[in-house]
Design a protein around this ligand. Structure first.
Ligand code: IMP
Length: 212
């Protein structure tokens, strides 16, 4: 649990910068943080360059991104690093999820490459999970950032289904709902997803109460 002084400095402003340029993530986080009275903005509004994500794990990259955004904007920052971990591919695409096919954020090329890599893999061995590491830094030199993680288990289907979400959603089968994550209502995705799990753990640590 954050101590009361930390909580006060953050909860007074209730303004965060998201250390990402991904509008899909922003929309999901706004849906979750908006009702708690928090404003969250993309770092691209400041026209700052992207951080160099050279960590070896999701957690390291989340810290790098959050520190960079806090330094450049002067605001508390939320750094989120996430991706898809496929068992049959020894954890790939992992931290390279957004640039699996070479170009950062080319979802359809990434999905095609994944389908190709799994072409010979039978359905019962196409297990995967989305993983999310989320870090909240009160300022760029914060020595004790809040950290939470989330994992969402599923399976990779053999052709895309659904038009919602982003990234690998059209290929990620959610057993409990009987559809891909691209076919889920956004509120349901937020409740189940790796990012939803990480954010709610972070919010719990911070002890945030909704404003009256
Ligand atoms: P990041 O912006 O460096 O965290 O990269 C995240 C990448 O992982 C995205 O570009 C997607 O390819 C993938 N990813 C993360 N979360 C999701 C999700 O909820 N649905 C689909 N793909 C995701």
């Amino acid at each position: 649990m954050a101590d009361s002084r930390e909580r006060d400095s953050l909860t007074t402003s209730r303004a965060l910068v998201l250390a990402s340029g991904n509008p899909g993530k922003l929309a999901e986080l706004r849906r979750m943080l908006g009702p708690l009275g928090w404003g969250i903005r993309l770092q691209s509004e400041w026209e700052i360059e992207e951080a160099v994500e050279d960590g070896a794990t999701f957690i390291e990259n989340a810290l790098i991104k959050a520190r960079h955004a806090a330094l450049r904007t002067g605001l508390p920052s939320l750094g989120d690093d996430s991706g898809l971990v496929v068992d049959a591919l020894q954890g790939a695409p992992g931290i390279f999820s957004s640039r699996y096919a070479g170009k950062h954020g080319n979802d359809s090329a990434n999905n095609s490459k994944l389908l190709k890599a799994l072409r010979e893999v039978p359905a019962n061995q196409r297990l995967a999970h989305f993983y999310c590491a989320m870090v909240l830094m009160k300022h760029a030199e914060d020595p004790a950032p809040l950290l939470a993680t989330g994992k969402w288990h599923g399976r990779i289907v053999d052709q895309p289904r659904g038009a919602g979400g982003f990234g690998y959603d059209p290929l990620f089968w959610v057993e409990s709902e009987g559809c891909t994550s691209a076919e889920l209502n956004p509120a349901v995705k937020n409740r189940l997803s790796h990012r939803g799990q990480a954010l709610s753990a972070l919010v719990t640590q911070l002890g945030i109460q909704s404003p009256a």
